[in-house]
Design a protein around this ligand. Structure first.
Ligand SMILES: [Zn+2]
Length: 571
């Protein structure tokens, strides 16, 4: 590839909106370009990287027993209504109407299409297991696209679906896929951590995410260094402290003027915040919900949403709180009627709590559950935080940020049952197919590789996914012999099958070296009047400081050997 002809120019400065390192560097290197919010074009260099990632992913899927298919982006909305997941996806699902007034969805994922195929093509247990997969564009109307390729509305994903006869089969397929994912991350030099995750809109019981821990990550990961427990903060559990051994005292109203927050009330009454109960108000699918949680804890909205089995959850507005007959800052479950009350199980870990009296300037002391108030549902809806006790070993939990680079789900039978996707077992009995779903966003992988492999000058591509292997950088092209020697070398490298970018621009060494560092191609070859004098070429690895001189004679063979050695060292 001749640099002067390349579609996509390097930029000295990243556009102001670029936040993460990968976003800035991919834009500056001319590898991607934003077309609209959360919608990107891949330019030639970026697309070459994506194709290499795709190749590695495909190889590992095939090795694990996957069969590649291609499913439609346009899906009849009826399929989504049949699974019931149109509601779970809500506004994330792009929909449209065709000229015959049929409603269609643009596929954000393909469980429905697979279940529909399975009901027509799987008859007997002998047809199972199956692992169809595809590598294709997905569309999701993200509310807040950001971070370059990290959170987008259109993206390329590898999605594989496992179809099994029973839970044991699903477990085996799940293990196979987890291993395939680990192989992929190893080949991409990504230190991915497998963690427990929430299934979200996809559904199903068990689910794991693969995370790259990095400060720019959007997800929060809770982990225990003592026993290795790791979970997405949305899902993470912890051991709550406290007991209710204390003797129960009579309910007593106390004046608490000018105290609205938990801290103010606790401070005013001289009790720790874990001795108080906090009220938080939500709207869940249009219904007002009163949430009670111990004052030292925070609500985990994912856990709350799962327990309420709702798709739309938001905090109630001040007006809605007033309309529900509550006094904000002094709201109370004591004496409350007409609202759904959900409590965190921490209300059972302690006694004689301070709680609002639903009267401006007043609280109750010694509120006890269930003596003084009733709830509709008690569950774990608390957010795990750094310093909390590990649910497995009691060790201290810590919190890191991470980028999700893979998500696997044990779906079970909830979709296949609704679709009537069943098979005859060896007793001739009809049973629903047991399904799993396994996704990897390829653009996410690309961004994560950059997040993990860069310095202040630019990207440092791992050799297996680098857009090109060699960056040929001749200096002083106007000096005698340089252009001819460089051109000759460019042709020879290509003949050897080596992927090479030829910087044929008549720019200064400073500009050329800066661009070489920005693009991050692993091996740089510099040819100049000085190196030509000694019939040699200077070599430099992007991830090393030292340079080395190699004789021009037989150079392509030497370069081939260097690349092979580097590939072996990485694998
Ligand atoms: Zn632990």
């Amino acid at each position: 590839m001749r640099f002067s002809k390349m579609f996509g120019k390097t930029l000295r400065q990243a556009p102001a909106e670029a936040e993460s390192a990968s976003h800035q560097l991919l834009l500056r290197a001319g590898m991607i370009a934003q077309t609209a919010a959360g919608i990107y074009s891949y330019l030639p260099l970026g697309w070459r990287v994506l194709r290499k990632i795709e190749h590695i992913v495909r190889e590992e899927m095939d090795k694990a027993g996957g069969q590649e298919v291609m499913l439609p982006v346009l899906q009849p909305l009826e399929l989504w209504q049949q699974s019931g997941r149109d509601a779970a996806f809500g506004k994330s699902l792009f929909t449209l109407t065709d000229r015959k007034e049929h409603m269609l969805a643009l596929g954000p994922t393909h469980e429905e299409v697979i279940a529909d195929l399975a009901r027509r093509h799987v008859q007997s247990y002998r047809d199972l297991p199956l692992m169809p997969y595809q590598i294709q564009t997905k569309l999701r109307d993200e509310p807040r696209p950001r971070g370059g390729l990290l959170r987008v509305r259109e993206f390329i994903m590898k999605d594989l679906y496992s179809l099994d006869a029973d839970e044991a089969g699903l477990h085996e397929s799940y293990q196979k896929m987890c291993q395939a994912y680990k192989n992929i991350y190893a080949r991409l030099s990504l230190p991915a951590l497998m963690i427990e995750a929430d299934s979200g809109a996809i559904g199903g019981k068990d689910s794991h995410e693969f995370m790259i821990l990095t400060e720019d990550g959007e997800d929060e990961v809770i982990h225990c260094s003592k026993c290795g427990y790791a979970a997405n903060a949305e899902k993470a559990q912890f051991t709550k402290t406290g007991s209710n051994a204390e003797s129960v005292l009579p309910l007593e109203e106390v004046a608490t003027p000018a105290t609205k927050t938990i801290e103010e009330v606790a401070g005013f009454l001289g009790v720790p915040s874990r001795q108080t109960l906090k009220a938080v108000f939500y709207y869940a699918d249009g219904e007002f919900v009163f949430v009670v949680i111990r004052g030292d804890l925070e609500v985990n909205e994912t856990k709350l949403r799962n327990n309420l089995k709702c798709s739309d959850l938001r905090l109630a507005t001040e007006d809605e709180v007033t309309e529900a007959g509550l006094v904000a800052g002094f709201a109370s479950p004591v004496g409350l009627t007409g609202a759904k009350v959900v409590a965190d199980d921490s209300i059972t870990l302690g006694a004689n709590f301070v709680v609002g009296a639903n009267k401006p300037g007043f609280h109750f002391r010694n509120a006890n559950f269930p003596r003084d108030f009733q709830v509709d549902l008690t569950a774990d809806i608390a957010l795990a935080r750094a310093g909390d006790a590990c649910p497995k070993c009691g060790g201290r939990l810590s919190l890191s940020r991470g980028i999700e680079v893979g998500h696997v789900f044990k779906l079970g039978t909830f979709i296949t049952e609704r679709f009537g996707a069943s098979f005859l077992d060896n007793d001739g009995k009809s049973r629903p197919i047991v399904m799993g779903s396994y996704g990897i966003g390829l653009g996410r992988l690309l961004a994560a590789i950059v997040e993990q492999n860069h310095d202040d000058k630019g990207i440092i591509w791992p050799l297996p996914v680098a857009p090109y292997q060699v960056h040929l950088c001749p200096l002083s092209l106007d000096k005698p012999g340089v252009a001819a020697a460089a051109d000759n070398l460019y042709q020879e490298l290509q003949r050897e099958g080596i992927e090479v970018v030829f910087d044929d621009r008549e720019d200064s060494p400073g500009i050329k070296f800066n661009d070489a560092d920005l693009l991050g191609i692993p091996l740089r070859l510099t040819l100049s009047p000085r190196t030509l004098q000694s019939q040699s070429v200077e070599t430099k690895w992007r991830n090393e400081k030292e340079t080395q001189l190699l004789p021009l004679e037989n150079l392509t063979v030497q370069v081939g050997k260097l690349l092979n050695k580097a590939v072996k060292a990485q694998s």
